[in-house]
Write a protein that binds this ligand. Structure first.
Ligand SMILES: Cc1cc2nc3c(=O)[nH]c(=O)nc-3n(C[C@H](O)[C@H](O)[C@H](O)COP(=O)(O)OP(=O)(O)OC[C@H]3O[C@@H](n4cnc5c(N)ncnc54)[C@H](O)[C@@H]3O)c2cc1C
Length: 511
């Protein structure tokens, strides 16, 4: 029995899956000097775009690791129109346009040091991989498939298979974390059921190259484009690099049907309203689900990311929710392995993250359900009835769809109120809203952003370790923010007259 690259000793944490969530968990555990083995069945190549919408909280995690600049510079470029456009087709009629601030713009985001960014996994996964590869406590093994495990009170015994040689080995770990996505066998091995009731539809992604597509029609460039014809809203097209790469998602039926190759050109022409120049790069059929595991852990085995919850991409919440799982679990694993976390700390992972999974996945499903709309037959007709129909649908879209694209409250306003390790301070909860984020110093929430000095947030200081807060009721002029806080050791005590209420042990930097 070997410990797969960790010198023969028991592995503290074995992570299955080097998708974005497994990489994020490795990044944070690596930052905390915890030895981990990260196994990935693939070879690390990635050729089909999935997640693009990185919310501000995810960008703050990237900032903690010092890679936010790289992510900001990748993906859809600064200045590319970031809104949502609804049309009958690109050659037909515009129905509605929902604008939102551009991504990657400089300092015009009051609620945090990082604003949301559109950067597809095609670009940020390699950035994250490069960061993880530089962490001395992380060992990565590609082409290495998890097969099975058994556990007892002392640890987990895991069988791995080298995909290139077929060689099997058994390794021992203190903890096993499943970050292996929606097809993982680990949930079922801990008794979690992923049944067909959770299926919303089977959709098809068509990834194409079409340089400056927006110059071939008169609707202008937009990051997100949706198409509504006689059959209702049938698909959406998103810009990937803001130059030539696009992904069309075609909504399918609940039942899985074989995809005919011939459908692809027909779908693309339906989207454009006629022929146009393109090259198909790849086509993928995938299952859209609304599902949250009924438990996130069993003994020493934990689920995170799509292994714990799966949602419709309507809103871009799947990966971002998984990033939050990874950050919450990482410090708890580290604290337990370093013997300062207490015996029940790991149990709070489920108590904190599962309610957030339910909240976010419910919103994604509601966004998907809002695709249902009144009869759209004749919506592209150049008639009075067609025009009235377009006006009505446009109004419905503007009234009901904005929250899908403007979800700052969902991204940053989540709180761990029911957590057994959060100490209430008696203050009244701020509303948990999807669109608006209301900064609050209430325990269990993200600490409010305060700019310390140019491009430095109080979150940068808190990110270094656990922090306890206290502050005096002195006016700001007599009680300035202490600036030389970077590198402050645990516990870091800040005197902040700007924050209205005392909160004890805000562990918010770790959320
Ligand atoms: C069309 C589309 C658009 C999306 N857009 C967004 C968006 O804008 N924003 C957002 O937040 N989310 C979005 N999502 C969701 C997002 O892609 C997922 O939530 C995210 O990829 C989940 O990450 P993960 O690391 O948990 O799983 P995955 O990305 O699925 O990674 C799992 C990894 O585990 C590996 N693995 C699996 N089994 C094993 C095994 N037995 N042994 C070893 N390795 C294994 C796999 O090879 C894979 O690399 C979108 C999804 C789709 C389909």
């Amino acid at each position: 029995m070997t410990a797969a690259g960790l010198g023969g000793s028991k592995i503290p944490v074995l992570i299955v899956g080097a998708g974005p969530v497994g990489l994020a968990l490795a990044a944070e555990l690596g930052r905390l000097n915890i030895n981990c083995l990260l196994v990935e069945q693939g070879d690390g190549s990635f050729n089909h775009p999935r997640a693009s919408e990185l919310n501000a909280r995810t960008m703050e995690f990237f900032r903690r690791w010092g890679i936010a600049d790289k992510v900001r510079a990748a993906g859809t470029p600064k200045g590319f129109p970031n809104g949502a456009l609804f049309v009958t087709n690109f050659s037909g009629h515009e129905l509605a346009r929902i604008s939102r601030p551009g991504h990657a713009e400089e300092r015009d985001f009051p609620n945090g040091p990082e604003r949301p960014k559109r950067c597809n996994q095609l670009w940020f996964d390699p950035i994250l991989t490069e960061y993880v590869a530089g962490l001395p406590s992380i060992t990565r093994r590609m082409n290495c498939r998890f097969e099975s495990f058994t556990q007892d009170s002392d640890g987990v015994t895991i069988v791995l298979c080298d995909e290139t040689t077929g060689h099997r080995e058994t390794v021992e770990a203190e903890y096993l974390v499943a970050c292996c996505g929606g097809h993982s066998s680990i949930p079922s091995l801990i008794g979690v059921i992923l049944d067909d009731d959770s299926i919303l539809d089977h959709s098809v992604n068509i990834f194409i190259r079409a340089p400056t597509l927006w110059e071939q029609h008169d609707k202008g460039a937009s990051s997100l484009n949706f198409f509504i014809d006689d059959e209702g809203l049938w698909g959406g097209m998103s810009a990937q690099d803001g130059r030539e790469l696009w992904r069309l998602t075609v909504h399918g039926p609940r039942e899985l049907v074989a995809r005919a190759e011939a459908d692809v050109p027909a779908c693309l022409e339906r989207m454009f309203g006629g022929p146009f120049d393109y090259e198909v790069i790849s086509v993928v059929t995938w299952t859209r689900r609304s599902w949250v595991a009924d438990k996130y852990s069993e003994g020493r085995v934990f689920l995170a990311g799509d292994a714990a919850h799966q949602c419709s991409p309507t809103g871009g919440f799947g990966l971002n929710t998984g990033m939050g799982d990874a950050m919450d679990l990482a410090w708890k694993l580290a604290a337990t392995l370093q013997n300062w976390g207490g015996k029940d700390l790991l149990a709070s992972y489920d108590a904190e993250r599962r309610p957030i999974g339910l909240r976010n996945i419910r919103e994604a499903t509601d966004n998907y359900m809002r695709y249902e709309m009144p009869d759209t037959r004749g919506i592209n007709d150049d008639t009075e009835e067609g025009s009235a129909k377009r006006e009505n649908i446009g109004r419905i879209l503007r009234d009901t769809r904005a929250r899908q694209f403007l979800s700052e409250g969902l991204a940053m306003g989540y709180r761990y109120d029911p957590s057994p390790i959060c100490w209430p301070d008696g203050s009244r909860a701020t509303p948990d809203e999807i669109t608006a984020y209301v900064p609050s110093a209430r325990p269990g929430g993200r600490a409010p952003h305060i700019e310390i000095d140019s491009n430095r947030s109080i979150l940068d200081v808190l990110a270094k370790g656990l922090s306890s807060f206290s502050w005096a009721n002195t006016p700001p002029a007599r009680n300035p923010l202490p600036t030389p806080l970077a590198g402050a050791a645990f516990p870091c005590v800040l005197r902040l007259s700007q924050i209205p209420r005392l909160a004890l042990y805000m562990r918010t930097a770790w959320l």
